[in-house]
Design a protein around this ligand. Structure first.
Ligand code: 6PG
Length: 465
């Protein structure tokens, strides 16, 4: 019997997604470059094996699929995707659909879609292995008619928020992979802000890892309730079986990255969309990996983080600072999506984006439901001005200021929180300081300026001296 869908690439994410598809009642054919991987996958699939057709050549794989075919690629992003498409296309009919569900750069997806000799979708999938296996958040891009052909499968396997599937078509071309990249940029910033608060608790307030875990656990019962705060509590609270001490304390402080956060920042610059929290997070990851230089710096200048006198900060100020930073970071992410929507003519559905992020993905949190509500009421409004979030910001920005100030005074680097605060202050300063930049530009290059008093434009000096 022919399978309704096929999947190529049985790595961690591909295997989990294939099992999820089979579990939801769809017959699936699978193929992996190394046949032994396919055999092992099938033999370990238990009751689900009967829904799975393992194949060992691309020809057999294509032959096992019902026409018109739908094939998910779950191979590493980059040239491997192109190579896989090149190998597959000659074996396919004109209506057969290829779905790239890896973490592709959306520019690659745009290019592939234009070059595609048949239907092609670029689909962002978030949630790690657990999400892929039991319900990821899915962001689709490409022609709507192509999405509609497989949406019943993608919705069935997706996470559900109070019964609503977290799988949505975002728009044409690479819109799905673009939204996934911004998701990852926000993921980086969320993680970085948690890391900065961890730094204050550890170095400034002298908490040990277990106590920090308890703080995160408690925050996860309040407005910060989210997957990332939840797992931070678990990570901080884990004991190392080898030493009996906290596992966190023996982990090397150099963060890895596969590039999606960087893509977000590069694209934000192209769009002139301010996302300082995401930029700070990417920079912080880059700096984290320069361990030798940091050690040299500590030997040269003395260690930066210092203990804070007791009473400098209370836990609730850190919680409020994180709430404030998080709102500002998401406000930046959503305004970047708005800018892209306009620049690329995609009509990206902002409220739906908040909705598909409510469950399944790495940045899922209670706050995203409130963001979905706010964006439904006014999709064009920066989230920081939405009444619900404006009230939160009014209540929490002083705590953010106190945390950033104390961190700075005691040498604890908090670039994402500090950039959030600077964004907040800049966004509520009607009379900024760029007038002097305009003066400088006109002084050295006759670039011209506009006058406040009479509204005239393209004015010049004369400048003194
Ligand atoms: C997700 C994640 C995932 C990402 C990892 C690692 O949404 O499931 O974003 O797609 O690959 O989080 O990313 P980095 O290696 O860049 O940290």
């Amino acid at each position: 019997m022919s399978s309704e869908i096929g999947l190529i690439g049985l790595g961690t994410m591909g295997s989990a997604l294939a099992l999820n598809i089979a579990e939801k009642g769809f017959d699936i054919a699978v193929f992996n470059r190394t046949a032994q991987v396919t055999r092992d996958f099938h033999s370990e699939a238990g009751d689900l094996a009967e829904r799975i057709t393992p194949t060992e050549t691309l020809e057999a794989f294509v032959g096992a699929l019902a026409e018109p075919r739908a094939i998910i690629l779950m191979v590493p992003a980059g040239e491997i995707v192109d190579a896989q498409i090149d190998a597959l296309r000659p074996l396919l009919g004109p209506d057969d659909l290829i779905i790239d569900a890896g973490n592709a750069n959306f520019h690659d997806t745009n290019r592939r879609m234009r070059a595609a000799e048949g239907p092609f979708l670029g689909v962002g999938v978030s949630g790690g292995e657990e999400g892929a296996r039991h319900g990821p958040s899915i962001m689709g891009g490409g022609q709507r008619t192509h999405w509609d052909r497989v949406s019943h499968i993608l919705e069935a396997i997706s996470a559900k928020y109070e019964g609503t599937p977290c799988a949505t078509w975002m728009g044409e071309e690479g819109a799905g992979h673009f939204v996934k990249a911004v998701h990852n940029g926000i993921e980086y910033a969320d993680m970085q802000m948690i890391a900065e608060v961890y730094g204050v608790l550890r170095d400034g307030m002298g908490y040990d890892a277990a106590r920090i875990g308890v703080v995160f656990d408690r925050w996860n019962d309040g407005p910060l309730r989210s997957y990332l705060v939840e797992i931070s509590g678990k990570v901080a609270g884990t004991t190392d079986p080898a030493t009996g001490g906290p596992l966190l304390d023996v982990i090397v402080d150099a963060a890895g990255q596969k590039g999606t956060g960087r893509w977000t920042v590069i694209e934000a610059q192209h769009l002139a969309a301010p996302v300082p929290a995401i930029e700070a997070a990417v920079v912080a990851r880059n700096l984290s990996s320069r361990r030798d230089t940091r050690a040299d710096g500590e030997a040269f200048f003395g260690a930066a983080p210092k203990a804070m006198p007791s009473g400098t900060l209370e836990e609730h100020q850190l919680e409020q600072a994180l709430i404030c930073g998080k709102i500002l970071c998401y406000a930046q992410g959503f305004t970047m999506i708005s800018a892209a929507s306009e620049a690329f003519g995609w009509a990206l559905p902002l409220p739906d984006i908040a909705r598909v992020w409510r469950e399944g993905c790495i940045i899922r949190s209670d706050m995203l439901n409130d963001m979905a509500d706010a964006l439904t009421q006014n999709p064009a409004q920066n989230l920081m001005f939405a009444p619900y979030f404006a009230d939160h910001l009014k209540a929490s920005h002083n705590a953010l200021r106190e945390v950033v100030a104390a961190a700075s005074l005691h040498g604890s680097a908090a670039p994402a929180l500090a950039s959030g605060l600077a964004y907040f202050d800049a966004m509520r300063t009607a009379r900024g300081t760029a007038n002097i930049i305009q003066g400088q530009r006109d002084y050295f290059g006759l670039h011209g300026f506009a006058r406040l008093d009479d509204g005239s434009t393209d004015q010049h000096g004369p400048w003194a001296g």
